[in-house]
Design a protein around this ligand. Sequence first.
Ligand code: HEC
Length: 208
Amino acid sequence: MKKAILSSILLLSSTSIFADTTMCFKENHQSMSTIENTPLDGGICAGKNTIADMKAKGWLVDDIKISQSANGMNFIYVLKTPGSQMASQSNFSGNQADMEARILEKLEKKKEAEKVAKEIQIKKDLSVDGKNIYVNKCQSCHGEKGESTVGGYSRPLNTLSSEEMRHSISGYTNGTYDRGRASVMRPITSTLTYVTLDKVSAYLESIK
Ligand code: HEC
């Protein structure tokens, strides 16, 4: 984790070589409400100065990076001295409410990204299982990529959503669906669960 922080420090400071900038950080901090009163490590903070101290010395918060860590959160502050054009304007980001809003926004974005990543992973796992099932139990009739119409009796499976497949399969099971060769599918559907179908669907989607 130290490494990660150091590399982002290098990255950030290299982008602001010409500004009067320092970088302070705190690793594994528990609470957003106490970070302001916690001495920060690194840069001019040097393990002694809190954000409040730095502000009192005339530094302004220019950016904050927050990441989740094993035991809390890692905070990285980019601080600048006034005198630049930005600081002479009244809307600089030095006040606490503004800063907290930005912290919250960043945490929110991070959560959202994690959620999306998780959904992608679930689909991946499904499609790995689905490949096994499809190749062994369906491919011989429905084609390598689900493109076959099985002699004109089936729609290509790779054009169907998992809901459409569910509809057809439950129709075969209870005898309400037949495109002319339902008798071929019926014995297969008796062993097909919705979960299995979702896996097949995820697999066909992944090889489109
Ligand atoms: C022995 C050949 C065969 C195998 C193996 C087979 N199918 Fe079929 N499948 C068919 C035929 C024929 C139809 C068209 C039935 C009809 O006339 O309604 C069909 C239709 C379907 C439909 C409905 C398509 C539509 O247009 O509504 C789905 C969904 C489907 N199969 C899924 C599967 C899945 C999933 C597997 C593997 C677990 C599988 N099938 C294995 C022959 C097969």
